[in-house]
Design a protein around this ligand. Sequence first.
Ligand SMILES: [Zn+2]
Length: 317
Amino acid sequence: MKLSVDIIQRQAKMRAHTATHLLHYGLEKLLWSTKQAWSLVDNDLLRFDFSCKDPISAWDLQMLESTINSWIQHGVTVNTNEMSMDEAKETWAKAFFEDKYGDTVRVVSIAWSVDDDLDLHSVELCGGIHVGNTSDIWAFKIIEHSAVAAWIRRISAVTWTKVAQEAHSYESRLHSLAQRLDCQPKQLEEKIEKILGDLAHLQADHASLQGKIICTHLDEFHQECELPSAWSARWKGCVLNISWTDLEHHSFKEVVNAAKWKRTQRNRILYTNEGNFAIYTWTWDLSAKDFAKQQGLKWGGSDQFVQGKDEKIKEVV
Ligand SMILES: [Zn+2]
């Protein structure tokens, strides 16, 4: 019993290993120049890390996958030959020549030539186990493409029946997603578009409601406001020390935006104890900019509206 399990696992590793050689060659065709950085071969599962600066596009990944599947479907013989290192170098076998190899090396070659697009000429120095023919792999599916370090990217893929398992798992995820959204799997795109549209509307409504709530707070504060002594008496305005207990979870930026919207009603200085401030003027002969300059505040903005962060604002008001 143990022996048969071992054989099953050995065959699963053989399929993944030969598929790794096909992937390596496919990537060289696609990227022109790349180098293997690390590779893992497991039961019908492989991970291949290689040098590559930019992500590979979804289209290129699909083409790579379908090219590898063509090589698999056309049943190309996998040849293994032992030879001297010098002979191996003449075959242009891919190898880590910085690694130590013995006098005799094993060369695994998979070659097939039909047209330029599907041309296959994989030759690698390799001591691992392989299938005798690419058709033994049955199918190949990329399940991950990601960056693992600067200039190093990873492709993970499955072979044989794991391809079907992967498809089933995607299918059941799609079905459960469709069920949650109360539609058929083929209606998912349409449904998601609608949900995103509704969400955008709700967010816009929410923002306008937030603004109104803040404005109500600002109105309540009007009565308690006093003019700053530094301001001319002709300024009809108010100073608000924004207290977060009054405005709860609203940010200073939200308050500033809401008050800006109400600018036509009052001149205002809004500030916090941390030194955030905003100054608005609505009468055109009054300049928020000039006031900030006179008081020596660090500010940015326009004639009628300035804002900044300066502890000095507390002395000014
Ligand atoms: Zn190998």
